[in-house]
Write a protein that binds this ligand. Structure first.
Ligand code: SF4
Ligand code: SF4
Length: 359
């Protein structure tokens, strides 16, 4: 290297620096906010210690966005906001303005363009979904379609502050991976063990890694028609579908036997109360595209009872903790069966709790 050569700077990859995209008022007051208020549904007002104020208007989208819609949303930012937007983790678009007089014209422009404003405080936040058909290799349903159908029916709950507290709803298209955990979660539930295409296993799958994936050690190597394959002990199989991603010939998705299930009371955060696991409240719901009416009806029924019975600011898990599960099933009129109870008794022996492969 010659004396005057300048070293090539490293190529940065990953997320770009977010500050370059932030509204100048947010950059100036970063980390120095005094308080925030909710002037109306879908609008947040943040007041900085310096006295600066910034209004945020939250706009719901259909989540999976085409380029033309994105351009339309950006044009609204250029014309009616200060030219800045950001996406929330639930795929809302938020516009920021530093002048209160801009708020109402901005809301009008958003609504005139066919979008909705809401999703703050005690509303039903935008439903989140896993990627499903678009990006993944194992979905059993189109989670984004479930979300679209449900949001169409819950649009008022997004736009208004009707709920006792905020409600996060999630959907997921398989049972094991990035699946939903929320106040209400609508998840795929397989009800039959995988069907094995023995002709393909030897060509496609790494059998030890498939065996190791099974949480209840139900898969064993086997010779079928002289070819190395796998077999499943169907008495042990819990139909989780974990063997399907590493071995597509273990086909578990099924038009009839892959159902939807509704779980409630999940809470990741420990900000105000302890985190909690979600619990199964309805299973065997038909996976019925394109509008999933049965699943939507159950979610609406749970929301109605929660709205009528919970005290102010109780999240769904707090509400059920107070009234108890028997009362929850009584109020929602959802059938309670023995399959709702899992005490995990015997789990030490049956669940795969180590990295050892057992046959
Ligand atoms: S939930 Fe499952 S199927 Fe859906 S995107 Fe995540 S890993 Fe894929
Ligand atoms: S991984 Fe899940 S679906 Fe596959 S055999 Fe084991 S329990 Fe059954």
């Amino acid at each position: 290297m010659s004396e005057n050569a300048t070293p090539r700077p490293p190529i940065e990859s990953g997320c770009p620096d977010g500050f370059q995209y932030m509204h100048p008022v947010m950059v100036k007051n970063y980390g120095n906010w005094a308080y925030h208020e909710d002037p109306e549904p879908g609008v947040l007002l943040h007041v900085a210690k310096s006295g600066d104020k910034i209004w945020t208007v939250r706009c719901g989208t259909q989540r999976i966005l085409d380029l033309f819609t994105l351009r339309k949303l950006c044009d609204i930012a250029d014309e009616f906001a200060d030219g800045y937007i950001h996406f929330t983790i639930r795929s809302n678009v938020e516009y920021m303005v530093a002048d209160e007089a801009q708020v109402q014209p901005l809301i009008k422009a958003i609504k005139d363009a066919g979008f909705i404003v809401g999703g703050t405080r005690n509303s039903v936040a935008m439903i989140s979904h896993t990627q499903g058909w678009l990006h993944c290799d194992i979905p059993g349903t189109d989670a984004s379609g479930v979300v679209k159908s449900m949001m169409d029916e819950l649009i008022t709950e997004f736009q208004e502050w009707n709920m006792p507290n905020r409600v996060h709803i999630t959907t997921s298209c398989c049972q094991i991976n990035c699946g939903g955990q929320g106040d209400i979660a609508i998840n795929i539930q397989h009800t039959k063990p995988p069907k094995i295409n023995h002709d393909l296993v030897a060509n496609v799958c790494e059998r030890p890694s498939v065996v190791a994936r099974c949480p209840v050690a139900a898969i064993r190597p086997a010779l079928v028609n002289g070819k190395p394959s796998l077999e499943v002990d169907e008495k042990k199989c819990i139909c989780c579908g974990a063997c399907f991603p590493p071995c597509p010939p273990m086909q578990i998705n099924d038009a009839e036997h892959s159902k939807l299930a509704v779980w409630i009371g999940g809470n990741h955060s420990n900000a105000r109360s302890k985190p909690s696991f979600q619990k199964l409240v309805a299973a065997g719901i038909p996976n019925n595209p394109p509008r999933w009416p049965e699943a939507t009806a159950i979610v609406k029924r749970i929301l109605k009872v929660y709205k009528e019975d919970a005290k102010d600011w109780e999240r769904i898990n707090d509400w059920v903790d107070r009234i108890g599960w028997p009362r929850f099933f009584e109020l929602t009129k959802l059938p309670f069966t023995k399959f709702h109870v899992d005490t995990w008794r015997g789990a030490r022996a049956s669940l795969n709790a180590s990295t050892h492969i057992r046959f």
